[in-house]
Design a protein around this ligand. Sequence first.
Ligand code: PLP
Length: 375
Amino acid sequence: MIYLDNNATTQVDQRVLQSMLPFLEKFYGNPSGLYRSGRIARSAIETAREQVAELVAADPGQIVFTCSGTEANNLVLKGFSGTAGIAVATTEHPSVLETANIIKQQGRRVEYINVDASGEINLDPLTGLSTQDIGLVSVMLANNETGVLQNIQPLVGFCRRQGIRVHTDAVQAAGKIKINFNNLAVDYMSLSSHKIYGPKGCGALVVAQNSPLSPLLTGGSQEQGMRAGTENVAAIVGFGQAAEIARQTLDARTQKLLELRKFLETGLLKIPELVIFALDSERLPNTVQFGIAGIEGEMLLMQLDQKGIAVSSGSACKSGGKTASHVLLAMGVSPALAKSAVRVSLGQYNTLAEVEDFLASLKELLEMMKPIDYS
Ligand code: PLP
């Protein structure tokens, strides 16, 4: 299989797997236990906390482990304050947008921040808002579909002046670009393990000092009372190991991904009528989303699958559905072109030969597929 869907999830690094096994086989004690195997598990969690913190230049005490990036997003949006309203960008991940929807149904104010054609937010809609009862703004660092990077600094400055808290979903950005949590000056940041060659079902919310938060799950006093429940020790250890490797190899990985992306984009742009979305925007080094008017993205995806190539038509949660990408629609892309979207997200295990094979298969399929006339 040629796996080109690394924004959906990544293959677990062998070193990560090896680091996890002792905590499934031998040190299975409850990390709250006072006996030896419990203490070893506790100590491993604290090491992982340091490793994850270091990846984003945060303090270990600011890390709250969760069971996913989705949970981290839910925790902050539902738990930051009782009644205050929120503002979210229109291109956020469903774990933010759907949560915002629920908050709206509960009678709290929800505002949406638009992006321009390049996928970037501009401050104008926000500065035009009455921000009186807005308590939190949530804007992602990197988009999972287009890879567009947001420069959130002006937004953070604006919010700080208004006394509004800021959350950023860095699930796709972490491990792919350098992040400094304290320099970004946001209050909250979400992370996920399985996007960086760690295990699935593990994430974190980074919480700045004095930023309010109420837990979603109550019970034991784990994670400073912010996330009750016996910790998934092996997954947390794996997340820590993955974060450590990502930090140490960030520059080399970025270099390699940029080379592969350049090769891929050069090949794609030779295909008539093909459009690479947000081509001129600052993007993640591994992500390319493209479309060809009249070609159904889902259909192309299935044909590629038959050739043993895994890509996505947008966010993983939408695979199987036929709705056009909300991210592309928010950027003003026509529904017909948005429906043709295919996302290629490269990873550290991909090779130039695989990208070449992908391009050859794509061209072959496009020659066979008849464009659909949407008019
Ligand atoms: N946020 C973004 C930007 C994502 O891309 C994803 C996953 O695709 C998530 C949040 C959710 O993370 P998880 O899969 O750990 O729940």
